[in-house]
Design a protein around this ligand. Structure first.
Ligand code: SAM
Length: 255
């Protein structure tokens, strides 16, 4: 599988995560950040720049059987995660319930149900329901594991009070998109918080569906090792450019 970038800390692969990760050593990953396709590109509509447009993020967001995709994804997680490792998985109301169900069926424990609140969501053009302004992130470990949680650091970042499970940011800023746009790019501040909370310097962080490389950028900034895999070469090259230009990343505010 083509490696598009490699240094002492970071590796970026361009290809299918299911193929590549089968070859990665069992129990070799301390933390996974998983932002899988939500499989929304199925004829529905969304708001783009104030216009009602049909949702079509690309072929990567369409499969025959989303549930089977998630089952295979969790098989990989199970194989790769260390005994005390953990993972964060993103979802919206469209896929989070099936993800939660599949996670609960295995030997995993959901530690938190984090709500990511967007301070500037796109308005709901239909005017027939509330504006969608949140996504969910499940934080999960093995049933018998003991996760890393940097409690003191999180409390200090939250002004001396315990950090809660509702995190608020604006949608991804344009400076984070300076090498090209990804339709589902997550804010760097959000992923940095996950990595800071649940891993230590030098740990191995893996993102199997890396997109524009937000996880890999955050891991490198925080002195973690990082592996990212992305099936679309265009996005793998955005990630590579971002890693090479690390010092110009703008970290947005998070509350
Ligand atoms: N968190 C990312 C970011 O901040 O840019 C966005 C991730 S996006 C929701 C999911 C990504 O998974 C897409 O870029 C898609 O191309 C990629 N993808 C889908 N199936 C894949 C597969 N089998 N192997 C590797 N990447 C895949």
């Amino acid at each position: 599988m083509p490696v598009t970038y490699k240094d002492k800390y970071t590796k970026i692969y361009s290809g299918d995560a299911f193929q590549y990760l089968k070859k990665l050593k069992r129990s070799s990953v301390d933390l996974m950040i998983i932002d899988p396709p939500y499989f929304l590109s199925n004829g529905g509509f969304s708001n783009s720049g104030g216009k009602m447009v049909s949702v079509d993020k690309g072929d990567w967001d369409k499969v025959e059987d989303p549930e089977q995709f998630y089952v295979e994804m969790l098989d990989l997680v199970d194989r790769l995660l260390t005994k005390n490792g953990s993972f964060f998985v993103f979802g919206s109301m469209h896929n989070i319930y099936i993800l939660g169900y599949l996670i609960k069926k295995r030997q995993f424990k959901i530690l938190n149900n984090i709500t990511w609140q967007k301070s500037n969501p796109a308005p709901n053009l239909s005017r027939r329901m509330f504006t969608h302004s949140t996504e969910t992130v499940l934080w999960v470990r093995r049933e018998n594991g003991k996760q890393i949680f940097n409690y003191d650091q999180m409390r200090a970042l939250n002004g001396g009070r315990q950090m809660k499970d509702v995190w608020t940011t604006a949608t991804t800023n344009n400076l984070e998109k300076r090498f090209g746009k990804h339709p589902s790019q997550k804010p760097l501040s959000l992923i940095r918080r996950m990595i800071l909370a649940a891993s230590n310097e030098g740990d191995m962080v893996l993102d199997p569906f890396m997109g524009s490389g937000t996880t890999i950028v955050a891991a490198r900034q925080l002195n973690r090792q990082g592996i990212g895999v992305e099936i679309e070469p265009e996005y793998a090259s955005i990630a590579t450019e971002r890693i090479k230009d690390l010092e110009n990343e703008k970290i947005g505010k998070i509350k």
